[in-house]
Ligand binder design. Structure first.
Ligand SMILES: [Fe+2]
Ligand SMILES: [Fe+2]
Length: 208
């Protein structure tokens, strides 16, 4: 009985979130959001994570995308959130930081793991937890994505080895940023080095 009530409440919460998101996001961004939510739930199913949390984190990961650059900068200043030079140069990067606060303030999801997964979904970070890893990967591989010719390989990797997938995403993202002369966040470089080291350590262990 209790479980049925909880389930109903959660379903109601999810549809409330979807209705709100549909009002604030452009159509393509809204479709991407649904793609990330379903992909995150599938990855959670595969890697023994909480499917409900993965789905909600996926729904909310881009919830601040509807804000303009100046609205995001103002939000950070009003809430005393530090802004890095690379974020001043490219305020779009702030949508993950701002989104992690909107999840609580606007969408009433008070969950540290979900907030962290939203906070780090753009750059990732060294040593991501399971939910953070799932949202980072789901954002890159959801069915509507077409930006990386290696997506068919990366999508298969994602259901086999999350850390290997994260490294693959960093390698391809950094190459793309370098090729297009775009700024690279230091968090991205530190995280890339972390996952490259993890992969090498894994290979060393296999050969000894
Ligand atoms: Fe995003
Ligand atoms: Fe996204």
């Amino acid at each position: 009985m209790c479980l049925v009530n909880l389930r109903k409440y959660t379903d109601m919460k999810k549809s409330d979130i979807i209705i709100k998101l549909k009002k604030t996001l452009e159509r393509k961004r809204f479709e991407h959001t649904l793609g990330v939510a379903y992909t995150a739930a599938a990855l959670a199913m595969c890697h023994d994570a909480d499917m409900e949390k993965a789905y909600i984190a996926g729904l909310l990961h881009d919830c601040a995308k509807g804000m303009t650059a100046s609205e995001k900068l103002k939000y950070c200043k009003d809430h005393n959130l530090p802004i890095k030079p690379v974020e001043y140069d490219n305020p779009s990067l702030l949508h993950s930081k701002v989104g992690s606060y909107l999840a609580d303030e606007v969408y009433e999801i008070k969950d540290r793991e979900i907030a962290d997964a939203i906070f780090y979904h753009t750059t990732g970070k060294a040593g991501m937890g399971l939910l953070e890893s799932i949202i980072f990967v789901a954002d890159y591989i959801e069915p509507g994505r077409t930006h990386d010719p290696e997506l068919p390989i990366i999508r298969k990797e994602a259901f086999n080895d999350l850390n290997k997938t994260i490294l693959h995403i960093y390698v391809n993202t950094i190459k793309h940023l370098q090729d297009t002369d775009s700024p690279i966040d230091t968090t991205t470089m530190i995280a890339y080095e972390y996952y490259a080291k993890q992969e090498n350590n894994g290979k060393d262990n296999q050969t000894h």
